[in-house]
Design a protein around this ligand. Structure first.
Ligand SMILES: *[C@@H]1O[C@H](CO)[C@@H](O)[C@H](O)[C@H]1NC(C)=O
Ligand SMILES: *[C@@H]1O[C@H](CO)[C@@H](O)[C@H](O)[C@H]1NC(C)=O
Ligand SMILES: [Fe+2]
Length: 224
């Protein structure tokens, strides 16, 4: 009896896995937040976090999956003009998915304190001090016109940290060659409900919930 149940469910699982394999290979999923929606308060409200994660990020994920399915169909049909026309949707939604997945991990409840060790040494070498980095990154991020992101990135060729902002929709690494380490989302959906039009207050407050340990891990991975 037990054997039957086991083999029955094993067969079921195997059939399931086989038939859903192509979809699973393509499908991106919304990553769980590593903390609760309210955990970054008062710097970022639970309402913003919930909308930002469960609606905005989810939409990038859904639209990326749709674009990838269409791409697979077009490739199968050797339909070059459709393949080309999908590039914008792939970049935009893929970029949004990548950016937000990094952003959630760049933050943590209460922040992780100040950068230490190799990350701190690199910041001091390339910006003078942690204070100077924050000033540079904030100024650049506040000045982004319309929707966008401010980034601290790692330039692998030069072996140094850089601050970058991107006006277009391309993901950071594809456009600038910089490995993204720490991003600040300054689309209005990231702050407007709480900070209204005062973007500088949001940008300056975000360091209180910055996870420099995550940034340090990204830097050491990029240096390998
Ligand atoms: C795909 O289409 C191009 C022209 O659009 C053609 O040159 C090529 O041979 C096609 N490839 C296949 C595998 O049908
Ligand atoms: C992702 O970040 C890059 C780099 O800043 C930016 O160009 C792009 O617009 C962002 N994508 C989205 C959908 O936010
Ligand atoms: Fe966002």
């Amino acid at each position: 009896m037990l054997m039957l149940t086991l083999s029955g469910s094993w067969l079921g699982a195997a059939r399931c896995a086989a038939s859903s394999w192509p979809a699973t290979r393509l499908a991106h999923t919304l990553p769980d937040l590593p903390y609760d929606y309210g955990a970054l308060e008062p710097v970022i409200s639970a309402e913003i976090m919930q909308l930002h994660h469960s609606k905005h990020h989810q939409t990038y994920v859904n639209n990326l999956n749709v674009a990838e399915e269409k791409l697979a169909e077009a490739v199968a049909k050797n339909d070059t003009s459709t393949i080309i026309s999908l590039q914008g949707a792939l970049k935009f939604n893929g970029g949004g998915h990548i950016n937000h997945s990094i952003f959630w991990q760049n933050l943590c409840p209460g922040g992780s304190g100040e950068p230490e060790g190799e990350l701190l040494a690199a910041i001091q070498r390339d910006f003078g001090s942690f204070e100077a980095l924050k000033q540079r990154l904030s100024a650049a991020t506040v000045a982004v016109q319309g929707s966008g992101w401010g980034w601290l990135g790692y330039d692998k060729e030069a072996g140094r940290l850089r601050v970058a902002t991107c006006a277009n929709q391309d993901p950071l690494q594809a456009t600038t060659g910089l490995v993204p380490l720490f991003g600040i989302d300054v689309w209005e959906h990231a702050y407007y409900l709480q900070y209204k039009n005062v973007r500088p207050d949001y940008v300056n407050a975000i360091y209180k919930v910055a996870n420099w340990k995550d940034v340090a891990d990204r830097l050491s991975a990029a240096q390998k």
